[in-house]
Write a protein that binds this ligand. Structure first.
Ligand code: PMP
Length: 379
């Protein structure tokens, strides 16, 4: 089948694989071994990767904490800050359209005494900075708002939210898992205190991610959730996974270099796909913000169709309904429901996400194929 599920995960860039391979074999050292060449070689590779990641998001290399992925980064940010600030400050502002790796952490913290405000976004998934500002209370320690939504692609007004968080002396975390590598992200310009990202969403390996922690703000007081040998300045103990870190670094370097080109290329293909489907298939509509949106994703509702049957029928294309992480259940997407879709329409919605290996013929085929399948289902 044709792969149109890049927001779920990306294939590894071959250059990334090539960079990683020696660190599985000849360069096997532990970067914490300070007394010999094997350790130094590994440490050197880690230092380079830290710089590559930092450069992509405009951070300082020492502000990069390697984790096992965005899920862990989100857990570390929210739980680590709650542990530092509570009980004096225990209020978090976030959105109902966040990934479960934020929402479920909030549910967990609620049981420990946190107060959570879920702000209602508009029908495009956008939250206004004014609404965020109004929700700030004396006991608020954190605003956590995703950079770009994984299902509908809506990009929030991150710079404005960052500025007002700073103004009110509240920390700002953003889950930028879907944004980094697709659009330019600048933690300094946008006043981001903490940022989560994941290697496999930018053609890097799975099981590796980053939490950026602003060294100049209170973010640096977050309490580690993994104790041990005090690796990574104590933020996350555990022997560094050198090959995966090298791969993530390389993926960031490539992403930085190719960002504009890939964004343009994917946007062009996405637009063709979207226009083709809207034109040829009756009862279709787009979910998410039309302009402020990731260049590679299109979430389309197919009115009057059974969502599960639709997804089952798409044998020749790999797409998803809702997020891959929850697609084991038949629950309609919490994101689509939060922006006002009925259960039925949410279930009859498909996420198409293209990437840098998607071709023109993939798109041409998909438009015709979707048209054919939908027509056969309507018979
Ligand atoms: N946040 C967002 C917005 C995501 O899209 C994902 C991946 N689906 C995650 C967090 C979790 O990333 P990982 O599975 O790499 O931990």
């Amino acid at each position: 089948p044709i792969y149109l599920d890049y927001n779920a995960t990306c294939p590894l860039d071959e250059r990334v694989l090539k960079a990683m391979l020696p660190y599985f074999s000849e360069h096997f050292g532990n970067p914490a071994s300070r007394s010999h060449l094997f350790g130094w070689k590994a440490q050197e590779a880690i230092d380079i990767a830290r710089e590559q990641v930092a450069e992509l998001i405009h951070a300082n290399p020492k502000e990069i904490v390697f984790t096992s992925g965005a899920t862990e980064s989100n857990n570390l940010a929210l739980k680590g800050l709650f542990e530092h600030f509570s009980p004096e400050k225990n209020h978090i502002i976030t959105l109902p359209t966040e990934h479960k790796a934020i929402l479920d952490v909030c549910l967990h913290l609620e049981k420990l005494g946190a107060e959570i405000t879920l702000l209602q976004p508009d029908s495009s998934g956008m939250i206004s900075p004014e609404a965020v500002e109004k929700a700030i209370r004396p006991n608020t320690f954190l605003i956590s708002i995703m950079y770009a939504n994984n299902e509908i692609g809506t990009i929030q007004d991150i710079a404005k939210i960052g500025a007002l968080a700073k103004k009110h002396n509240v920390l700002f975390h953003t889950d930028a898992t879907q944004a980094v590598g697709k659009v330019s992200v600048d933690v300094r310009e946008e006043n981001i205190d903490l940022l989560s990202m994941s290697g496999h969403k930018l053609y890097g390996p799975k099981g590796i991610g980053v939490l950026y922690v602003n060294a100049k703000s209170d973010a640096k007081n977050l309490v580690a959730q993994m104790d041990g040998g005090r690796h990574q300045r104590g933020f996350r103990s555990g022997t560094l996974n050198v090959p995966l870190i090298v791969g993530l670094g390389k993926a960031c370097e490539i992403a930085q270099f190719e960002l504009k080109k890939v964004a343009k290329q994917t946007e062009n293909l996405r637009n063709q796909l979207e226009q083709g489907i809207l034109q040829h298939v009756a009862g279709t509509s787009i979910n998410g913000h039309i302009e402020k949106r990731l260049p590679n994703v299109s979430n389309i509702s197919f009115e009057g169709l059974d969502g599960e049957r639709l997804l089952d029928s798409f044998k020749e294309i790999a797409v998803s309904s809702g997020s891959a992480c929850t697609s084991a259940s038949i629950e309609p997407s919490h994101v689509l429901k939060s922006i006002g879709l009925s259960d039925e329409l949410a279930q009859a919605s498909i996420r198409f996400s293209v990437g840098k290996y998607t071709t023109q013929s993939d798109i041409d085929f998909t438009i015709h194929y979707v048209k054919e399948i939908v027509e056969s289902l309507k018979l």
